[in-house]
Design a protein. Structure first.
Length: 490
């Protein structure tokens, strides 16, 4: 694959991710402004249950395991494997959905703090309603993995638009209804799966075993283990969030969505596009080509992550006001929690974004157990940090993620240096230059936005946000140019 083709695929994935994330922000804005915080907090806790299994039975494990399996199979066997694996995954999801609905009260108790202000009965009801979302999103992820294995990125990249449009429509038709809120996500996930079906060209289900399913399950096992650890981290986080006053879960969700939007656009999307080529270089023993492609990808991603981090950290209150506080009567608790979490998570963008690309590099070299051990260690450190820092409030609670991210980044730099692939000095120098440019830009944007107006609601805060963003961007890219950071995509 040529550099031009890699860039083309990267831009497709980034465009789809950006469009989907922007619609996701609108969906989150509807949730914030058309539903009471007692409903949104309860729903967001309930929504964690299908998400506990989402990466295990869907996105991460399936995508990373299926792409190498499909690449190894003879062309004539691939269609049969797809049909049979899809039937296998469908049955597994139906089982989990049924068990989730059956044990909803126990799952609610697991996610809620003993002294939570949330209604456990409402959380239990919402878990049962939203569980089918897991089935829908698993099928959507599977279809996306099939298309990505053929380096067809349009469908997987833009299918989430259908999810967001469907969910937003239902939420606007029945504002304030807890039932409609849960069903909106189920409908959205279903639409995300269905819009990819035509691109699969005659795809169907076949309830028969295929030998490659066993190999796929083996490849999925490390990802399942890693994801299980990460989801344990989520359980701990939400148990701590639900011990805080109403609005904490919604506020964290607002910040987390913004963080994941930037991470998805500037880290996950490029990593997804680079992964097939990194794997091909590694399989062919082309170490120099592998190292060159990874180093170039890291440098480009670092610059974009530094820019987004500067905006998130420096302008967090104004970002919250514009994205989520559409009304002057926006809940003060939700606003404060959103801004505090966003400022901390903005600092996590650079380390975790680069870490994600380093990990994909290990996967490409089939060093899966190594990547799993590191990831699990970091998740445990992050969990410990949550417990130690929760007393400091929402900002310090999320600083645990920042600390774990920088530890993971340092660990990866050391590994690639020891393996003789990337020089640690060059990688640390890149990180230092990006961090310096981001710190200067973030402070400049904050001071100008503060001078221009308060962070209160959409109409009042939009001019200060625009001014602060323009100033921060100018300072960042000016500093990046002076520090000789790569500013070209190619």
């Amino acid at each position: 694959m040529s550099k031009k083709r890699i860039l083309h695929n990267t831009l497709i994935v980034m465009a789809g991710t950006l469009a989907s994330r922007l619609l996701g922000v609108i969906r989150q804005g509807v949730l914030n402004n058309f539903f009471d915080k007692s409903v949104t907090d309860a729903f967001l806790v309930a929504y964690r249950v299908p998400n506990l299994f989402r990466e295990i039975l869907a996105e991460g494990a399936v995508t990373n395991a299926l792409i190498p399996i499909l690449a190894e199979l003879p062309e004539g066997e691939r269609a049969a494997f797809k049909r049979r694996f899809a039937a296998f995954l469908l049955g597994l999801n139906l089982l989990v959905v049924g068990l989730g609905a059956l044990f909803a009260p126990q799952l609610a108790a697991l996610l809620l703090a003993a002294d939570t202000p949330l209604d456990p009965a409402l959380v239990t009801y919402l878990i049962r309603l939203v569980m089918p979302f897991l089935l829908a999103i698993s099928m959507a992820a599977l279809f996306g993995a099939f298309l990505q294995s053929e380096e067809r990125f349009w469908g997987p990249s833009f299918a989430p638009l259908a999810f967001n449009l469907g969910a937003i429509a239902v939420m606007l038709l029945w504002p304030g209804s807890a039932t409609a809120l849960a069903l909106a996500f189920v409908l959205g996930g279903t639409l995300q799966a269905l819009v990819q079906v035509p691109a699969l060209r005659g795809f169907g289900l076949e309830a028969r075993w295929h030998p490659a399913i066993g190999r796929a399950a083996i490849l999925m096992t490390p990802f399942v283990f890693t994801t299980s650890t990460r989801q344990f981290l989520t359980i701990v986080l939400y148990a701590l969030l639900t011990s805080l006053p109403l609005g904490a879960a919604t506020g964290f969700s607002n910040a987390d969505m913004t963080y994941l939007m930037a991470l998805g656009l500037f880290s996950v999307s490029p990593a997804m596009a680079l992964y097939p080529r990194l794997a091909a270089h590694a399989a062919a023993g082309k170490t120099a080509d592998y190292a060159r492609l990874l180093e170039t990808g890291l440098a480009r991603v670092a610059v974009l992550l530094g820019w987004s981090a500067a905006l998130m950290v420096g302008l967090a209150p104004w970002v919250v006001a514009v994205l989520f506080a559409w009304k002057a009567s926006f809940d003060a608790n939700v606003f404060a929690y959103s801004a505090a979490a966003m400022r901390a998570l903005g600092m996590a963008l650079l380390p975790w974004g680069l870490y994600n690309l380093y990990v994909r590099g290990l996967y490409a070299r089939k060093q899966i157990s190594r990547a799993v051990k590191i990831s699990v260690s970091l998740f445990l450190i992050n969990t410990l940090g949550y417990y130690l820092l929760v007393g400091g409030g929402m900002f310090w609670l999320n600083m645990a993620t920042v600390i774990a991210g920088f530890l993971g980044l340092g660990w990866m730099v050391w590994i690639y240096e020891r393996d003789g692939i990337l020089a640690a000095g060059a990688q640390l120098g890149l990180l230092a230059r990006v961090a310096a440019a981001a710190a200067l830009a973030g402070y400049t944007g904050y001071r100008l936005a503060l001078w221009a107006g308060p962070a209160r609601d959409l109409m009042v805060s939009l001019p200060p946000l625009l001014l602060g963003s323009l100033a921060a961007s100018a300072v960042y890219f000016g500093a990046a140019w002076l520090l000789r950071l790569p500013l070209r995509l190619r």
